[in-house]
Design a protein around this ligand. Structure first.
Ligand SMILES: *[C@@H]1O[C@H](CO)[C@@H](O)[C@H](O)[C@H]1NC(C)=O
Ligand SMILES: *[C@@H]1O[C@H](CO)[C@@H](O)[C@H](O)[C@H]1NC(C)=O
Ligand SMILES: *[C@@H]1O[C@H](CO)[C@@H](O)[C@H](O)[C@H]1NC(C)=O
Ligand SMILES: *[C@@H]1O[C@H](CO)[C@@H](O)[C@H](O)[C@H]1NC(C)=O
Ligand SMILES: *[C@@H]1O[C@H](CO)[C@@H](O)[C@H](O)[C@H]1NC(C)=O
Length: 338
């Protein structure tokens, strides 16, 4: 912004007559929310202000700011609960929040049964906007759709009495300031299906980070070649692949532009979320030291909705943070590869 540096530091001197001049929040950028415009700070202003701070002897903390790889299906999330939720489910008449389950981040699976036959499309409703923040719903292993906080509070379900209903709930992050700071996660109120309140839940806490950090999925599980006749899978599915070592480990930017929404881990480290359709961020920063120059590098992807027909990811040499200007670099990379 247009802060006058010498004025700002003379204010600091009024309260702290001696000691180092420190700007503890020098913003070289600003955060992007999914679906918002990409935020950017004027480069000239940042470098001018940094120059002024350095010339005054001040310190600062900066606050923010190849190669295709194929991945193969490991399995869908519902079939991997033994690995991801070793302690098993908690039973509860009504849904419990993440906080009540002592799991504060990531994903939890809520499982129940259809209370009656539903031959026709029947509305599954989150009447009090109680899905925090996104719920992926399968009936008898078949993905039916999703509910999203503030956005999608109704979807349709069909099935038979007693069919297993899996509701995977994603915590999409917490606000750390302002009126929404008390932001509990999970199913915060009942889901209503037709005229029935869904009850008798088995709630599985999921330690996906823990499983991946301790070496899951093992190489044996991920060696099965992709089935050319299999269509794109729907619903939450894990994929795994290896990026061969190339002797170097430099900074790269991971792009999953044909994928829908999910989470990526590299060599056991949770890299972050991708959501290219909503954007504006299109790439995830892969710090060079995360990659091994000598061993195959393990990539794990949890796609929540729909993977592309060719399940591969791109390592790019530059970030792409503004989806509206995103077309060209991706085409150049693909041309170079073929
Ligand atoms: C900042 O303020 C000081 C003193 O008030 C003034 O001398 C200086 O010109 C200002 N600097 C800028 C870049 O406006
Ligand atoms: C998930 O995997 C299990 C076991 O392989 C299978 O029975 C089930 O149909 C799968 N569900 C989906 C949605 O593919
Ligand atoms: C649910 O199904 C009904 C009947 O097929 C349809 O009219 C309605 O638009 C559907 N609602 C949603 C949210 O898909
Ligand atoms: C990748 O995973 C395998 C186990 O499946 C492990 O032996 C190997 O060290 C991992 N690679 C890296 C670079 O961490
Ligand atoms: C994002 O891209 C659009 C289209 O090229 C451009 O108009 C806009 O200024 C860009 N925004 C930023 C912050 O770079």
């Amino acid at each position: 912004s247009d802060v006058n540096i010498s004025q700002a530091f003379s204010r600091q001197r009024r309260f702290e007559p001696r000691g180092p001049l420190v700007n503890s929040e020098f913003y070289t950028g600003w955060l992007d929310h999914w679906g918002d415009q990409h935020a950017q700070v004027d480069t000239q202003k940042v470098s001018r202000m940094l120059g002024e701070m350095l010339s005054m002897g001040a310190s600062y903390d900066i606050l923010y700011d190849f190669n295709l790889c194929s991945v193969w299906q490991v399995g869908n999330l519902s079939s991997l609960l033994d690995t991801l939720s070793p302690q098993g489910p908690v039973r509860s008449l009504y849904p419990l929040s993440f906080e009540e389950m002592n799991q504060y981040y990531g994903f939890m699976l809520y499982r129940t049964k259809l209370p009656r036959d539903l031959p026709e499309d029947t509305a599954l409703i989150s009447p009090l906007n109680g899905v925090h923040d996104r719920a992926y719903i399968s009936v008898r292993g078949v993905f039916q759709g999703l509910l999203e906080r503030d956005t999608t509070l109704v979807m349709n379900v069909t099935g038979k009495q007693g069919d297993q209903v899996d509701v995977l709930v994603e915590n999409m992050g917490r606000v750390n300031f302002g009126s929404k700071i008390n932001d509990f996660k999970g199913l915060l109120s009942n889901l209503i299906l037709g005229n029935d309140v869904l009850t008798d839940w088995q709630i599985y806490p999921l330690d996906i980070d823990g499983a991946i950090a301790s070496g899951w999925p093992q190489s044996g599980q991920r060696r099965s070649p992709p089935d050319p006749d299999r269509g794109p899978s729907d619903g939450p599915v894990f994929y795994q692949g290896t990026l061969p070592p190339n002797g170097l480990a430099w900074d790269t930017f991971l792009r999953l532009n044909e994928w829908t929404k999910g989470q990526v881990w590299i060599n056991g480290v949770n890299l972050g979320r991708y959501w290219p359709k909503r954007g504006p961020q299109q790439t995830l920063y892969v710090p060079g030291p995360l990659l091994s120059p000598t061993q195959p590098n393990n990539i794990t992807v949890l796609e929540l909705e729909r993977a592309p027909p060719h399940t591969r990811v791109l390592f790019m040499d530059r970030p792409l943070l503004n989806s509206t200007s995103g077309k060209t670099p991706q085409l150049q990379i693909e041309d170079r590869q073929t």
